[in-house]
Design a protein around this ligand. Structure first.
Ligand code: B3K
Ligand code: ZN
Length: 874
């Protein structure tokens, strides 16, 4: 397999103005006829005049140019393309191919999911449907005709508006769809199935009525309300916040149960993993409700950021993904709790993106090269990309940023553009110079900011010196300094914010946060007019995706945790404190925990006025995975022991308080509602139960059992089930069994049942996971199921996955080798949990490398898995 490089980009030699597709749908044997209106691209640097169309796994039956059939000697076929030599400057091309959806286990292109047929084309799936210029800078207008058996496939959908529908002979019927907006092929979609829809209507700001439809299999019709509510909220928000209106008469969402990722923003016809659509209080947790709200919004927002304006090439992926994640994060912050949302986003970024940046697959937000683009739908492109947009939004301020996005939408509507075009709009609208800022797109790695403060009481000056350093990443041994926004506050003895007056300021600014901009490798800021040593609150709200090194004393952290006006930094202080304590306990099990720690924990816990969701975040210990990332040499067992020990100590020492919190936060009998307050209440209550159950007695076990039995909502039931299952014994087995019996027909709930067992820290977790492989409900062909068992075990069960005997690694490698021939995308994703082997001891390093080599030695490895495994061993 060979790499593709950004520097080799060439505009397409041909453009396609119109596409007419005709599908004769059958799961076993579908025929696809395509008519393309092609013309030479005036902007292209002339190639050799031939036309090379992408196509994979297609059985070609006919090729015609302007109505004249070609003979076999007039074209060249290989497994990846169809090449036509000597074609006119403008012509119509007809091809007819056969494909086999029921054999398509990779779930790319046209495939079968249960009884329905569906498509997934991003990034390069359209070439598995028909011969085409399958690249995002070729935008065409599509008309799609679908013909299928009427009884089996009563619903036939594609992009755009329905323009014709009729019955045919032999029980077949036809539907014709027309999409008036030019689009790249990756946004094409079709659906055929026996589906039902819930319908609603949305009137846009300019008064146009849009029909909204969510299609699901009939038995899921009662689980669509939350998705529909979320959609309407997102549509309104995008009008208000970004001035973006929807542009077709109908917006459709379809939920399918076999899906490689979360969802797909196909024009007018979003196709979703059903996990991000279906929710009823008794089947879905608060986290699921949250996920649905944000993924529905995300895909909807793509209509402008991705569809109307798309990417020139796949190196620009973050142009649409980073921006759209930023938009969905802002949406969730506005409709939920902003502070909690920021914490959740940063937690995710630190856990996944920082880890990625520190490993062998590290790449810039705009990668320079790839072997398989599907490997680059990463936390870096998505989450760090969103932070890069957020930094620009903050540097410009809300008004200029809105002008800049307006300019972007106006200037580039209908085009396929680059991240450079985006930044230029930011500059043109604001007058700011972002030339150094652009490095955020080009340089990989997480910058480390080392800060030092010292106070000169005689002069009343506090000096804050800042140094930035970014570690080398593959292919980038040296980095140049970034342009980093720093949001900083200084707290006085009373915990109040002080005015931040920099030396040379003509007047004192108001007390509060001040945004400084670091551009050099090293800089010192001098704050004047301070009567006593302030406590600095650094990087408030996490203004940049960086790591902070500052030598805080424990007292300062406790002080910030109690007083910082910035909620994010109160949380961060608590996390730093806990992280420090835990790492000390890893190094020395006898380290001991100060009373002050428990006092602070208790004080926070009993804060009756605080936002409970925020509190739950503050009181949650950093994960084992995150702690591992803070160590040069990961001590898997030490981390587990320390963290579990501290949780037990909290549960024991604060038992009475935790019980009080548990009781005070009982539901008030109004049934399940998904509001930030109620989510927060359930979160703090379940966290209290979690701590109590770390050293359970009859009373807490009783509470847990009661909650499991009584819970009318999945959030509480799952929390109790997890605790009972981890507790083990007859209680655990019984709860698991009872849960399975009740929910065995709800596939998404069965996923949870698998996941609970896969993430259990119990010593026999791997054995249990092995056993579950042969459970009748397990299948390698359903990505959600694979993720819930194999994915969860290898990502969320650090202590068992990294067991010193290598059993976890062998298990994972076996699954990857089984899965790769079926579904390379999922196989390659799973592999990512084994690539950072360098952080471990020699024994584990050797075990992981053995498995990576075993994988690389396999015959007929996919490009996906090859790229990850080979880069891991480089
Ligand atoms: N754009 C899709 C992701 C496609 C992934 C292809 N391997 C979903 C999203 O980000 O909205
Ligand atoms: Zn997206």
């Amino acid at each position: 397999p060979h790499a593709i490089h950004l520097k080799d980009y060439q505009p397409p030699e041909f453009l396609i103005d119109r596409v007419e597709l005709h599908f004769d749908l059958d799961p076993d044997r579908t025929s696809v006829e395509s008519r393309l209106e092609l013309r030479r691209n005036p902007a292209a640097t002339r190639g050799d005049g031939s036309l090379r169309l992408h196509g994979e796994q297609l059985e070609l039956e006919t090729v015609e140019i302007d109505g004249n059939p070609l003979t076999g000697s007039e074209y060249v076929l290989d497994p990846e393309s169809l090449t036509l030599h000597r074609v006119p400057d403008r012509f119509s091309l007809l091809t007819r191919v056969r494909i086999h959806p029921s054999l398509n286990t990779a779930l790319e292109g046209l495939y079968q999911s249960g009884d329905m047929l569906c498509t997934q084309c991003e990034a390069e799936g359209f070439r598995r449907i028909t011969y085409f210029l399958d690249r995002p800078d070729v935008m065409a207008r599509y008309t799609t005709t679908l013909v299928a058996d009427r009884a089996r496939f009563p619903v036939l959908l594609s992009n755009g508006n329905l323009i014709e529908e009729c019955r045919l002979e032999d029980g077949r019927h036809l539907a014709r769809w027309e999409d008036p907006f030019p689009k790249p092929s990756y946004l094409f979609a079709l659906i055929a199935g026996d589906l039902r829809a819930i319908e609603d209507r949305f009137t846009t700001a300019s008064g146009r009525a849009v029909d909204l439809k969510i299609f699901v299999e009939p038995h899921n019709l009662d689980k669509c309300d939350h998705a529909m509510r979320s959609l309407k909220k997102a549509m309104r928000w995008d009008e208000e916040r970004f001035g973006r209106e929807y542009d077709l008469d109908v917006f459709m969402i379809v939920a399918v149960s076999h899906f490689n990722m979360g969802a797909m923003e196909n024009k007018g016809l979003n196709v979703f993993n059903d996990k991000y659509v279906l929710a009823r209080p008794d089947t879905a947790t608060d986290a699921d409700f949250d996920g649905i709200e944000s993924v529905i919004a995300h895909e909807y927002f793509h209509n402008w950021t991705g569809n109307r304006i798309t990417c020139r090439d796949w190196f620009q992926l973050s142009l649409k993904e980073g921006f759209t994640v930023y938009r969905d994060q802002e949406f969730s912050a506005d409709v939920g709790s902003r502070g909690v949302k920021r914490i959740a986003d940063v937690r995710l970024l630190r856990a996944h993106q920082f880890a990625e940046d520190a490993g062998p697959m590290a790449h810039p937000v705009r990668p320079d090269s790839y072997i398989e683009i599907n490997n680059f739908y990463t936390a870096t492109v998505y989450q760090k990309g969103a932070e890069v947009v957020r930094m620009q939004a903050n540097l410009l301020g809300p008004d200029a940023f809105r002008q800049a996005t307006d300019l972007y939408f106006e200037r580039h509507d209908g085009q396929a553009v680059t991240t450079e075009d985006f930044v230029r709009c930011m500059e043109d609208a604001s007058g700011r110079d972002l030339s150094q800022f652009r490095r955020w797109y080009a340089q990989a790695g997480t910058p480390e900011l080392t800060m030092q403060g010292d106070y000169d009481p005689a002069a009343g000056v506090y000096r804050l010196s800042v140094r930035q350093f970014t570690p080398p990443t593959p292919g980038q041994p040296e980095k140049r300094p970034f342009h980093v926004p720093l949001a900083i506050g200084l707290l006085g003895d009373d915990g109040e914010d002080l005015p931040l007056r920099l030396e040379g300021d003509s007047q004192a600014p108001a007390a509060g946060t001040r945004v400084l901009e670091l551009k050099a490798e090293e800089e010192t800021f001098r704050f004047v007019g301070l009567d006593s040593r302030p406590v600095p609150s650094l990087l408030r709200g996490f203004p940049a995706p960086v790591k902070l090194r500052f030598d805080y004393g424990d007292r300062d952290l406790l002080f910030l945790m109690a007083h910082d006006s910035d909620g994010f930094n109160r949380w961060d202080a608590a996390q730093t404190l806990m992280q420090r304590l835990l790492l000390a306990l890893v190094r020395d099990p006898d380290h001991g925990v100060l009373d002050a720690f428990f006092d602070a924990f208790r004080e926070a816990l009993l804060d009756a006025e605080g936002d409970r969701a925020l509190l739950a975040e503050v009181l949650t210990l950093p994960s084992e995975g995150y702690l591992a990332d803070q160590m040069d040499l990961v001590d898997v067992d030490g981390i587990h022991r320390a963290r579990a020990g501290l949780e037990r100590a909290i549960g024991g020492r604060l038992r009475a308080d935790l019980l009080a919190v548990y009781r005070a936060n009982a539901a008030e009998g109004c049934g399940y509602v998904f509001t930030p307050e109620e989510v927060g209440r359930r979160a703090i209550r379940n966290l209290a139960l979690h701590y109590l159950m770390q050293s359970p007695d009859d009373e807490t076990l009783g509470l847990c059992r009661e909650q499991f039995a009584a819970g009318d909502n999945m959030t509480d039931v799952m929390a109790a089930l997890r605790l009972l299952a981890d507790h083990g014994g007859a209680e655990g087995a019984e709860a698991l069994e009872c849960f399975y019996r009740r929910w065995s027909r709800e596939s998404l709930v069965v996923d949870k049942w698998f996941a609970v067992q896969a993430s259990s820290p119990r010593e026999d977790a791997l054995e249990q996971v092995q056993r579950l492989l042969s459970h009748p409900d397990f299948s390698l062909r359903n990505p959600n199921r694979v993720r819930s068992l194999v994915g969860v075990f290898s990502v969320a069960n650090q202590v068992r996955f990294h067991a010193a005997d290598g059993g976890g690694y062998r298990f994972l490698a076996d699954r990857i080798l089984e899965l790769d021939p079926l579904n390379p995308q999922i196989a390659s994703r799973l592999l990512k949990s084994m690539i950072r082997w360098r952080r471990f001891d020699r024994t584990r390093q050797a075990l992981m490398c053995d498995e990576l080599r075993r994988i690389l030695d396999a015959e007929e490895l996919s490009k996906d898995v090859y790229e990850v495994a080979s880069k891991a061993l480089e």
